[in-house]
Design a protein around this ligand. Sequence first.
Ligand SMILES: [Zn+2]
Length: 173
Amino acid sequence: MAAIFAFKCTCCGEIHEGSPSFAFRAPDQYTSLSDEQKSQMATLTEDFCTITHDEGTDRFIRAILEVPIHGAEEPFLWGVWVSLSEKSFTRYKETYHEPVVGEGYFGWVCNKISLYPYDQSRPSDVVVQPGRSRPKVVLHRGDPEDDPLVIDQVQGISVARAQELAERAQHAA
Ligand SMILES: [Zn+2]
């Protein structure tokens, strides 16, 4: 039977309960701006971000990247930002309060997850969810499939690996 994920942390000795969830507050492109640039070029809310350069505007939305944990009810969650085309971004905004299940968009994942180093940008499908749930990120499978994050999302991870990743993410500087 599936169980609630919980473990005694080897870093801090406390019990961490519930499947791990780590969220980025903004896309990396926003985080790397100076405060002045942020106020002049960018907008950021809980679910939307835009950055306007001389060459045009980049548009981002917040989404959820799930990694299943074998035997646990809830997956390991990474709250990541994904860049969308202008058309997709506009459609997502228009349907934000009444999402159309079955819709999805192509998007690039715009956060580097330090536990999953990868040199390239990760292409994905962003799949709209019913109600107030954030859209889900389904990573494209590489060829060859050499990205450990893709492999973990496709195959799922053991409770031991989930615990190790959670400890490292929780206590990362
Ligand atoms: Zn801990």
